[in-house]
Every structure is written in structure tokens, then in C-alpha cells.
Design a protein. Sequence first.
Length: 161
Amino acid sequence: MGKNFEISEDKKQELLQEIDEHLKNPGPLMPILHSAQRIFGCIPLEVQKIVSEATGVTIAEINGVVTFYSSFTMIPKGEHTIAACLGTPCYVRGAQVILDAVKKELGLEVGETTEDGYYTLEAIRCIGTCGMAPVMSFDEDVHGEMTITKAKKLIKEYRKK
Ligand code: FES
């Protein structure tokens, strides 16, 4: 997994405080992991260890949950997230073909981040703008009527930002 993940004392304290809060409620593990994901941007083993120590849940169990749900990641996300919508209206208009071209362009599978930490590629479900299908988002910006050419152009443009 490469280099160790750095955990600042501030963020650790923030997480521990949220864990204390969540432990007051039933079924605290999922909300705790959502807090961890938000605070650290990912939940690598170092963070899982903190959660394990504070909750008494084994690392094996925590790791199982983190790897099962796609909303959790073990490695930090890139600076920018490119997300292809694969909801039905986007799919029937060729979203998969565009996503495949983007995967090739970036050398990534869905869920992976470029080595320079710049782009993370994701596949998402309908984001409610089916009228402009196929849709792709670059961070918060939604781009509709996507084509392979347009996607490649956007990838280059965002590189310059
Ligand atoms: S299916 Fe893609 S935006 Fe609705």
C-alpha cells in the first residue's frame, strides 16, 4: 500500500469525539465510518485502527465494511473526481463506451486514482440530469451530452486548473 498515511492529532481528536457521540446510538459503526471518511477523505488501516480501539470492533470487521461499501475508500481520493453516470438513460445513450474511453485515457479502472493523485475515476447512478444524458461530472460541475471527444477535452482542461 506504499507510504504510511499521516494522521494529524486534530483530525484524530475530531474523529474520537464523533465516535463518542455515535456510540450513544444503536448501530454506530456505519455513522462512525462515514465520519472517518469525511474527516480523513479515506479510511486506511491506520484510521481503522483508531476506530477499532475506540469501539472494540475488530479491524477485520471494520475492514470488511470499508471494502464492501463503495462510499468508503482506503486510499485518498485524487484532487479531482471524474464521475460517469451509468444510470439507465445515460447508459442507453452510450455512457459505458465513453467511460471505457476515459478509463483508457487515464489508465484507470473505476475507483482508482492516477499516480500523481490528480484524478479519481468513479461511476455513479443517476444524478437527476437525465435530460442531458449521457452525463459526466468533473468535481461539482455536471457536463451533459457527453462524447468521447468532449470527455478527453475536459480531462485536458481540468489538468490546467
Ligand atoms: S441516468 Fe444519468 S443523469 Fe439520470
